[in-house]
Write a protein that binds this ligand. Structure first.
Ligand SMILES: CC(C)(COP(=O)(O)OP(=O)(O)OC[C@H]1O[C@@H](n2cnc3c(N)ncnc32)[C@H](O)[C@@H]1OP(=O)(O)O)[C@@H](O)C(=O)NCCC(=O)NCCS
Length: 177
């Protein structure tokens, strides 16, 4: 992506990361993240190319409808897409909530990158959106994701059946971030 396009689509910047809108040119790099069997073990299956393209298209629709979605997460040191992180509207127990979601390429796990991106999304969400809380919906066995939620300031609220799966609801309130 040319520098001027990157700046046009940029949403957030942290010490090590740039978050910008996904585009259909990101399919190959995002497939390296979402196509990884180990990373996607809490999903029904790892994504293939058409699923990754559909994932990007769904987020482009979200940018148009809501002004936000999951954003491409770019590692500044390599200028490469290494995951996605952002905000997604979800229906939970009949209530509209905004979820912080994240996926990072497996060879970069454990460096605090998901936490850095998610904390920036939390601040963006509270600064730009009206709601009083942000949530994360996490498989109970997904310890790394639960730990990221905690480091974002979230607490476990309850465990429910959501979309036919046991799911932990983590939440952070505006005033305790
Ligand atoms: C969840 C995910 C995004 C975390 O990315 P990351 O960049 O490695 O996250 P961070 O480095 O910021 O933090 C991970 C934390 O989990 C901890 N962790 C990871 N695996 C763990 C395990 N098996 N047991 C205990 N803690 C674990 C790490 O030690 C770290 O905590 P710490 O800083 O207190 O030591 C990454 O594992 C991923 O992409 N998973 C697949 C996609 C996914 O499940 N997304 C979430 C959907 S709800």
């Amino acid at each position: 992506m040319f520098a001027k396009d990157l700046i046009k689509k940029m949403v957030l910047e942290t010490d090590r990361l740039i978050l910008r809108e996904l585009t259909l040119n990101d399919v190959d790099d995002l497939l390296k993240v979402l196509g990884d069997r180990e990373a996607m073990k809490f999903y029904p299956q790892p994504f293939d190319r058409p699923m990754t393209q559909a994932w990007i298209e769904r987020n482009i629709d979200r940018y148009k409808q809501n002004g936000f979605g999951l954003w491409a997460t770019i590692l500044k040191e390599s200028n490469k897409l290494i995951g996605d992180c952002g905000l997604v509207v979800q229906q939970v127990n009949g209530v509209e909530e905004v979820e912080i979601g994240y996926h990072i390429r497996r060879d970069l796990w454990g460096r605090g990158l998901a936490t850095e991106a998610a904390q920036a999304c939390r601040d963006w969400g509270f600064d730009r959106l009206g709601g009083d809380r942000l949530i994360s919906l996490i498989h109970p066995g997904n310890i790394a994701s639960r730990r990221v939620a905690e480091k974002v300031g979230m607490s476990l609220i309850e465990e429910i059946e959501w979309k036919h799966k046991s799911t932990c609801i983590y939440a952070v309130e505006r005033e305790v971030r």
